[in-house]
Structure formats: C-alpha cells, structure tokens
Design a protein around this ligand. Structure first.
Ligand SMILES: Cc1cc2nc3c(=O)[nH]c(=O)nc-3n(C[C@H](O)[C@H](O)[C@H](O)COP(=O)(O)OP(=O)(O)OC[C@H]3O[C@@H](n4cnc5c(N)ncnc54)[C@H](O)[C@@H]3O)c2cc1C
Length: 389
C-alpha cells in the first residue's frame, strides 16, 4: 500500500487532519481544487464566510503551521462578547481580561484559512492529493480499506477518515446511522462596514427564536450571521444592499452606527446531524461528517478541529507496528470525543430551545438568566472557559 491513511474531504477539517497526521503517508480525496492556487487577496476583498475560532483551535492550527500562514491583517481578535436577550435590558458581557486570557476568540475568513492549510500541505512529504474526483465506493476487509473514485482510480490504505461534511459519503458507506433534524431556520451571512468602532467586541442578540451576531473584522468592519426562520431569511436575501443594512441596523439598535453592505449575502439552511458512532472497522469520522450543530455558538468547526487533533494523536500513538485501522484503537478516539461533542450539542440545542420558546415564563427566565450570569463572575468565567477550548 502506498498510503497509510486516506482522508475523504479536504474542507477545513479534512485538510487540518491531513496536516496533523504528517508522520503518516496521507492521501486526500476531494473533487474541489486545492485552495493553494487561490490568489492572495487585497484587504477590501473579503470572503463572506467567516469563522470564530477558539484559542484551542488556534493553538492546533499553529502546531500544524497553518495559522502562521495567515497575514495578521486578516485575523481579528475578539476581546469581549456582549450578548443581549429579547428583553432589551437583559445583557451578558464576557471579557478576555476577566477570563485571564489575551483574547476570547479569533475571527478569520474561510478562504484565508483554507489557503493557509493547503499552503502548509504543499510542503508535506508523503502527501498526495487526488483532485478532481469524488469518492464513490468504499470496502473494508481484514487488512485494508479500498476506495474507488468517480474517474475510475482505486486507492487502498489501512484507515479512511471521513471528513466529507454533513452529507458524508463515507458515513453512509460504513453503514453508520445518523439522526438528523432541521432547525427550521437558515443563516444569512454578510459583511458590513460600520460607522462606529467595534472595539473587538462580538455582539449577539437572541431575538426569541432568531439569533443575530455581528463579529468584529479588522478595520471598521463586521461579519453578520443571522439565523432566522425560512420566511425572514428569504426576505433578507431578497432585500437590496441598502435595505439589508437598514434592517440589520434596526435589529441591533444601531449599536455600531450606520452599516454598509460590503460582500453579497449568502444563506445556509440549518440542521442538527449526529452520527450514532464515529468509528467503524477501518473508518473514522471527523467534523461535520460526525456532527453538525446550530451556528449560534460558533462551535461547529472548533469541534471538528478537536476531532482532527485527537484522531491524529491516536494514529501517531499507534506507532509503526500497530494497524491504525483496527477498531479497538479507533474506539480510543471515539471515547475521547464523546463527552465534549455531547456537551456542546446539549448546550447549543438547549440555548436554541430556551431562546426560541414562546412561553412568557421562559422568556422572563432566560432574560433574568442572562443578567444573573452577567453579575456572577464565577459562572460567567466558567462559561467563557468552555468557549475557549
Ligand atoms: C452560517 C454558519 C456559520 C458558522 N460559523 C462557525 C463559526 O464561527 N465557528 C465554528 O467553529 N464553526 C462555524 N460553523 C460550522 C462550520 O461551518 C462547519 O462545522 C465546518 O465548516 C465543517 O467543516 P468540514 O470540513 O467538516 O465539512 P465541509 O466544509 O462540508 O467539507 C467537506 C468536504 O468534503 C468534500 N466531499 C464531499 N463529498 C465528497 C466525496 N464523496 N468524496 C470526496 N470529497 C467529498 C467536499 O468537497 C468538501 O470540501 C458555521 C456554520 C454555518 C452554517
């Protein structure tokens, strides 16, 4: 076998795992072209897909020499968070200073992050990218896993890592069951310039169902993620640039002054997807292939980077004598990830239900909860610490 392991899917999570597993001979299959071919961007040319990354994810990206590839002006530190409830007086603030860390998160464009990961992969020994073709069949036997690609090529390895997103082919081929439900919301994302400085604050408004976030970008610019019902999402997408900016301004009480749209809006339907297992003989799932959660806490990719780091550690720990596709070994990865994934999903779904509930009593409770949490520094810091992992 020419490869020790095959990664199916070269999105953020698959590419970061391929990089973290650099002690092994890695093949990566993804029909999309490598992002390293993308041109360096001028500051005004922003990607409308933006990620909030936890300090834990940034440390991992540093370790695999990708974070260093992103120009400083394309990453923006979040120093505090301001969360408002649907009662205007309910407000919770988190501060990096209080939490004893230099920053709570970093905001970065997807395109820049992808480019950085692929740039790092371009220098990696024993790394092969099977571009231009998707994986169409997977068979595992006692010694190896065999994949066929749409263009007829066939490859084998000891282990296949499914990083092929929410509709994972690998998950289906390995007969791993999945539970899925729609949040009955879509997220509208877009970037704006703002008239007032954001002071590196990430703002979030829980609006009794919809959740609106404005994340700071370098310069006087912010990135919006507005998760809302299908009808309102369609209205936002149909709005003219001026009208959209006006609606966001209104919804945020003009906290950042006048807004101007600087990238076209994009929309993403929101689902909760949970694979019942994340390993099978010679198969491991990472990232959205294993779990998809609501973006209200900005934690989906962060969970995926943790998967990538832990699985790479398990593979490296196996050494050269042990078979890295062995189910007993892969279960170590599954065990290490179970609790963190369950806890994050429960937190996100709990917040989604609590802030979406119509009942007047719950409405009061959630707003009191925000104020109470804000005035209890210990609880506030416990919450901040969870978000930093
Ligand atoms: C609006 C929104 C905002 C978000 N904001 C945040 C945030 O701020 N912070 C955060 O941590 N997370 C955030 N998330 C979550 C985050 O987007 C995902 O968790 C993350 O992108 C998952 O990456 P992935 O690599 O697992 O999957 P994907 O990005 O879906 O990549 C899958 C890859 O697999 C490839 N592929 C698919 N099928 C095949 C096949 N058969 N053969 C070969 N290749 C295949 C595809 O080409 C693709 O490149 C957000 C999500 C949404 C919707």
């Amino acid at each position: 076998m020419e490869h020790d392991l095959i990664v199916v899917g070269g999105g953020l999570i698959g590419a970061s795992f391929a990089r973290a597993a650099r002690g092994s001979r890695v093949a990566l299959v993804d029909p999309a072209a490598p992002a390293s071919s993308e041109q360096a961007r001028v500051p005004e040319d922003l990607d409308s897909r933006i990620y909030a990354l936890s300090p834990g994810s940034v440390a991992f990206l540093e370790q695999i020499k990708a974070w260093q590839e992103i120009a400083p002006e394309r990453k923006c530190a979040v120093r505090s968070m301001r969360v408002r409830g649907d009662d205007a007086a309910a407000c919770l603030e988190f501060d990096a200073y209080d939490a004893g860390v230099p920053e709570l998160a970093w905001i970065v464009e997807e395109r820049e992050l992808r480019r950085a990961l692929w740039q790092a992969l371009a220098t990696q020994d024993a790394f092969v990218h099977f571009a231009g073709s998707a994986c169409t069949s997977l068979e595992a036997d006692a010694d190896a896993v065999h994949l066929a690609l749409a263009d007829g090529r066939r490859i084998s390895a000891r282990l296949v890592v499914g990083a092929d997103g929410a509709r994972s082919f690998v998950r289906g081929a390995a007969r791993i069951e999945v539970s899925e439900r729609s949040y009955a919301q879509s997220a509208v994302v877009a970037n704006f310039s703002c008239a007032r400085p954001h002071f590196n604050i990430a703002f979030q408004w829980f609006q009794g169902g919809p959740v609106l976030a404005l994340l700071p970008l370098s310069g006087e610019r912010v990135s919006m993620v507005w998760s809302t019902g299908e009808a309102q999402a369609a209205q936002l997408m149909a709005a003219s640039p001026k009208e959209l900016a006006h609606r966001v301004e209104q919804a945020t009480g003009s906290e950042l002054g006048a807004l101007e749209l600087i990238t076209p809006a994009r929309v993403f339907p929101l689902h909760c997807v949970s694979a019942t297992r994340c390993v099978a003989p010679r198969v491991a799932l990472i990232g959205d292939a294993a779990h998809v959660i609501h973006p209200l806490a900005g934690q989906g990719a962060n969970l995926g980077f943790q998967d990538a780091r832990v699985l790479a550690e398990v593979v490296a720990g196996a050494g050269t004598l042990r078979d890295i596709g062995e189910l007993r070994l892969l279960r170590r990865y599954e065990r290490s990830r179970r609790e963190a994934v369950l806890a994050m999903r429960a937190t996100v779904n709990g917040l989604f239900e609590l802030f979406g509930a119509e009942s007047g009593a719950l409405r009061r409770l959630r707003n009191i909860g925000l104020n109470l949490t804000g005035s209890l520094p210990v609880l506030r810091n416990v919450l901040a610490r969870r978000a930093l992992a």
